[in-house]
Design a protein around this ligand. Sequence first.
Ligand SMILES: [Zn+2]
Length: 414
Amino acid sequence: MKSYSWIIKGGRVIDPVNGIDSIRDVAIEAGQIVAIAEALEYDEAEQIYDATGKLVVPGLIDIHVHAYNLVTPLGIDADHYCLGRGVTTAVDAGSAGCDNYPGFRAFTVEQAKTRLLAFLNISRAGLAFVGRFGDDVPRELDLLKLIHTQDCIDCIESNRDLLVGVKIRLTDTDMGDQGCHEAAAFQGAQAAAETTGLPLMTHHSFSSVPLEACPGKLESGDIYTHVYHGFASTIIDLDTRRVHLAVRAARERGVLFDIGHGFGSFNWTVGEICAQEGFWPDLISTDLHALTSEGPAYDMPTVMSRLLHLGMPLGDVIKASTFSAAKAIGWENRIGTLGIGREADIAVLELKEVDRELEDCNAQMRRIKQRLITQAVWRAGIPGQITRPLHFPNLKMIEKTKARSSKMLIRDPH
Ligand SMILES: [Zn+2]
């Protein structure tokens, strides 16, 4: 009888929270990490994965995806797009509300190999209709009646094991009546988060709610997603072209800033302004959904590569994609590091030298020199099937994103 089911051999193990960045072997047995050492007994392993020249990191945590596949228009197959790219835990950002979360739980979450947690939408319908373009598409806050704070709270209490927060989209172009429900819905969502003691994740673009209220009135631990978009409600002060003071003050109070790349929320110009000021995201996430998973977001390693291009240090990129996400949802004692005795959620990434153009969400290009690609993944000690993103840039998708470029407030100089 061998001691280990797997040894992941000779990789550069990066586990920022445990202060590890060195060549190590990692051993798995019975679904857990049982040893991390300079050289393990290879005879004691049933299977060996040679990670020489690659990075061995905690299983990635994508804190913003849409995985209610085949039920909501935005839904994607989590095992293909998340686990297949090294994401062992994905957090759905409000695809379901209290009325359709039980179905999400039974038919998606419990069937997936990817660990699927979720922020519950404050709208009882979640994103049941959202995902198509046009003014005739119903949105989740078209009716004020769709916001029911107590039912949201009750659903969270019944699913505490998998629900980790509350989600709201604050945007007036995307919702009913040019945002007349935004303020009331925001209040309801804040109340649900406060009562349950969980974080509120806010989407904030084209919003009638000013920065002074969002993130200005968010609580410590709340999450402001889509931080690098350059449309109305951008975090960049249009007069000074610097990070808005209300945003800096919110960070000092403990509000967390999340990438949430998505279809419209990663703008190279905004990213570069933030980089210059050292205003790095606390959390890196994709906002993967049906309109972003084949570009412009692609997947978690590609979004992480964008942050590397902006100059964020590799260890910080890994931390913002693992431990920090775990901590933001109160799961830091279970996931996000490579501790002995932890469930063996592990990703092997390759940091590859490249020289190619990569788009943002606004048809702006940068030439990236390094790219992260997932080469292997284990979820609770079981290897996952690796999938590959489309060759980028995706010119067809770039044409689609261009439709909104006239609305950009922050952009490259012409
Ligand atoms: Zn989203």
